[in-house]
Design a protein around this ligand. Sequence first.
Ligand code: DAH
Length: 342
Amino acid sequence: MTDPDRNLIEQFERDVSTIRDMEQYVSVRDRWLARETGIITTRMKLLRDLPSEERPAFGRAMNELRKHAEERLEAVLEVLKKAAREAAISGSLVDVTRPGFPYPVGCEHPIRRLQQEIEDIFVSMGFRVFDCPEVEREYYNFTALNMPREHPARDAQDTFYFDEPELTLLRTHCSTVQVHAMETMKPPIRAVSTGKVYRRDPFDATHSPMFFQVDVLVVDEGITMGDLKGTLETFLKRIFHPDTRMRLRPGYFPFVEPGAEVDISCIFCFGQGCRICKQTGWIEILGAGMVHPKVLRMSGVDDSRYSGFAWGMGIDRVAILKYGVEDIRLFWENDLRFLRQF
Ligand code: DAH
């Protein structure tokens, strides 16, 4: 650069070297480059007073100085900005290297887990899991299970109906799977269904208007009570304890013949007799039987060729026994102190 005033460029450099922050940058920039009052513009005005032969060189030199000043200040601004960015990061409140706060993770509800466990046992025995509707037609809940309109057994299962004339309802049991399975599969049938059922019961320590059931159906040629006993015993030993024993007593359910009430040896006293089993050594646990020929026929299964067994059980009841819970309401009150114990 041809220097019209050697001092001027040195003075600029000195000025620039003092810049430490944005404020100083702005003041140096304005001092040198401000359009009307900046040093360079002010100097430029001297041009008029110079002899004409010196003017071009002076003008060129001043333009070069302006260009130089602009570039230098631009570079200084970049350095300042970079420093500001780094300061913002290092001084920030967020420490990205800190481990995060753990989110509390929920756990499966004990009834839901038991339901899953039961399904798994049946899947391992080759059963197909059916997901049957909770809002059900009267036909599946009652009629097709050999409980026509006026059948007294309907009273035993006080039902929530949706509308008159009583065609839609909340299922009162999972036995509906028997009808659904026979309608959708041809024998051999091995079906299981679990889920919520509803009855007009009070909500107290031993009753709930909503509870869980599992129902099982097997239909094939030559199925006997022996198959029922064998499958049931295998299941009960797996869900309770390998030493669990069971016994069948005659029982009545409209959709099976013969029907049976099934007891297991008390899981608290191993059959010795205690408060829970009322000193009998046995606990009633489920209903079972050979599928009634009428039920087979109504769902399109040839009862002269096929026979089957079915049984159904309350899952909440299993949970109460398995976990030693005395009040069924605890399962539905969502008290985490209770639920976390599982
Ligand atoms: N559905 C009956 C109830 O809810 C239980 C039951 C009894 C299911 C006998 C069955 C059975 O499959 O064979 O009380």
